[in-house]
Design a protein around this ligand. Structure first.
Ligand code: ADP
Length: 490
């Protein structure tokens, strides 16, 4: 039997270290607020280097025993955790809405999505195969086995407070690693609730540790992990700027790294596309989480023959989207996460308009709803000089660029340092093959806007990072290969 908790019981405000809920060593706290209203939801531990270090001590102590726990026993714990998450999907979904702002249907959807990674990696725990290498010399036997890398530090962003951390913790625990984690300062509560359920599922003390910190104190806390040679790996989802910092600073102890960084996804609509399907796909890809998603299309390229028709069809559908707080069951787009986020969106739209973009719908804040709301926006006649073409907007803004031929579209799509997701719509199978091969991205949506799946490898190329989350490849990031050479067998 799994237990269903009330929302208030899911809210924890202390760190979780070595199986205990503990305040930050210095006793400091910071506010977590509801982005819809600015109200304080909880005051959580403001940890610093001492707390990060205590978490590493616990994880390092717990590692040998967890590493040697039978894979099927690790899998059983993860399956129990999965059952508890699913049982508490409503409460966790409400908690996500409360601290992050997304509509409840999306919050609940995120819970099920995050849970799917836990179930997936529970199964994968029992399938960590090695190789017996064909004999090269008489009397010698060679083989390769896979072992957990050790203590893993997981650092996550605010846009998917549950899924981002679940899809790091689950493969780490499946592989036999122990974890120290730090969720984003805007959304630590969901991560703590998840850890509470992991504890109840039977994850042993020290195997999973989580600390929260304000942006200011996150820097020394994470710096402690960066310098600590017991932390063998960092898995990070967040900005390219911070990803590069982690790569630089972890060089001192040569850690293994997985970096899932910013995207600047192109979405190409060719003249031969099914336009209804393209509009529907774009809406699904763009407006999930109000556009605050790293695989969200940031630049939409539309071929001249269908440009005006596509723009009209899209603007009509976007204008009908319901913007409201998560408490409104009809909400499709909630508030943006915080003041800097909404300021950036407004800056991008104003810059585009001042350089000649036409606002087909939206283009303004919605102060009547609250300070963090922005109207879903379609901008026609976007050009490469506009800020939104080279910088991820992370909001409900769709800029439409013109193009005439396929080569021009590919060139424009690839004209970015990022390479996470990309999308295109075409019904010509030869074109589909050509474009798929040429797009510089880790993920390609072909006549499809919804790409996420625990069974698929998620990750980028170029400055969107390296490593893959989910799929049969997802465990590799948490494993190292040990080569065994046994002699004297003649
Ligand atoms: P975003 O733009 O999505 O907020 P960030 O890269 O700024 O992305 O943040 C992602 C995660 O990295 C968060 O958990 C945040 O607290 C953490 N973080 C940000 N800056 C630093 C830093 N200098 N050192 C360590 N962690 C950081």
């Amino acid at each position: 039997m799994t237990k269903r908790y009330e929302l208030s019981e899911l809210i924890r405000n202390d760190n979780f270290i070595d199986g205990q809920w503990v305040a930050a060593a210095k006793g400091n706290r910071f506010d977590v607020t509801n982005p819809a209203t600015g109200e304080v939801i909880a005051q959580v531990a403001d940890s610093d280097a001492a707390d990060a270090h205590a978490a590493t001590d616990a994880a390092a102590r717990a590692f040998p025993t967890w590493r040697d726990t039978l894979p099927k026993d690790r899998a059983a714990v993860l399956h129990r955790w999965h059952a508890l998450i699913v049982e508490n999907a409503d409460g966790l979904g409400r908690l996500i809405s409360l601290e992050q702002g997304k509509p409840f249907s999306e919050g609940r959807g995120e819970v099920m999505y995050g849970a799917s990674y836990v179930a997936w990696f529970a199964d994968e725990a029992t399938r960590i195969y090695g190789d017996i290498i064909p004999q090269q010399q008489r009397g010698k036997r060679m083989s390769a086995v896979k072992e957990p890398v050790g203590v893993v530090a997981a650092i996550t962003p605010w846009n998917f407070p549950l899924a981002m951390i679940a899809r790091k913790i689950a493969p780490a625990l499946a592989a036999g690693c122990t974890v120290v984690g730090k969720p984003a300062e805007d959304t630590p509560l969901t991560a703590f609730a998840l850890v509470m359920l992991a504890h109840e599922a039977g994850v042993p003390a020290g195997v999973l540790n989580l600390i929260s910190a304000s942006r200011e104190n996150a820097v020394p806390a994470v710096a402690d992990w960066l310098a600590d040679s017991r932390v063998r790996k960092i898995t990070f989802t967040g900005s390219t700027r911070v990803g590069k910092y982690l790569a630089r600073e972890s060089a001192g102890t040569l850690k293994k790294l997985s970096l899932e960084l910013g995207g600047n996804a192109p979405f190409i609509v060719f003249d031969d596309a099914d336009l209804d399907a393209a509009v529907t796909g774009l809406l699904a890809a763009k407006f999930r989480n109000g556009g605050q998603t790293c695989v969200s299309p940031n630049r939409v390229y539309v071929q001249s023959g269908v440009y005006e028709r596509f723009a009209d069809m899209l603007a009509t559908r976007v204008a009908a989207l319901k913007v409201a707080p998560a408490t409104d069951p009809a909400a499709q787009i909630g508030p943006m996460i915080n003041a800097p986020a909404i300021d950036k969106i407004a800056r991008h739209v104003d810059d585009a308009a001042s350089r000649g973009a036409r606002v087909l719908t939206g283009g303004k804040r919605l102060p009547e709803l609250g300070p963090n709301y922005y109207a879903p926006t379609v901008l026609a006649d976007a050009t490469p000089e506009m800020q939104l073409s080279c910088d991820e907007t992370f909001g409900p803004i769709v800029p439409l660029f013109h193009f005439d031929d396929e080569a021009e579209a590919i060139l424009a799509a690839n004209d970015t340092l990022s390479g996470l997701a990309s999308y295109f719509y075409s019904q010509d199978m030869r074109r589909i093959d050509r474009v798929t091969r040429q797009l510089e991205a880790g993920i390609v949506g072909i006549n499809e806007g919804a790409l996420a799946s625990e069974a698929a490898p998620f990750g980028g190329v170029k400055e969107s990072g390296y490593g893959r989350e989910g799929s049969k490849y997802g465990l590799d990031d948490y494993l190292s290969i040990k080569y065994l050479c046994q002699g004297g067998l003649e």
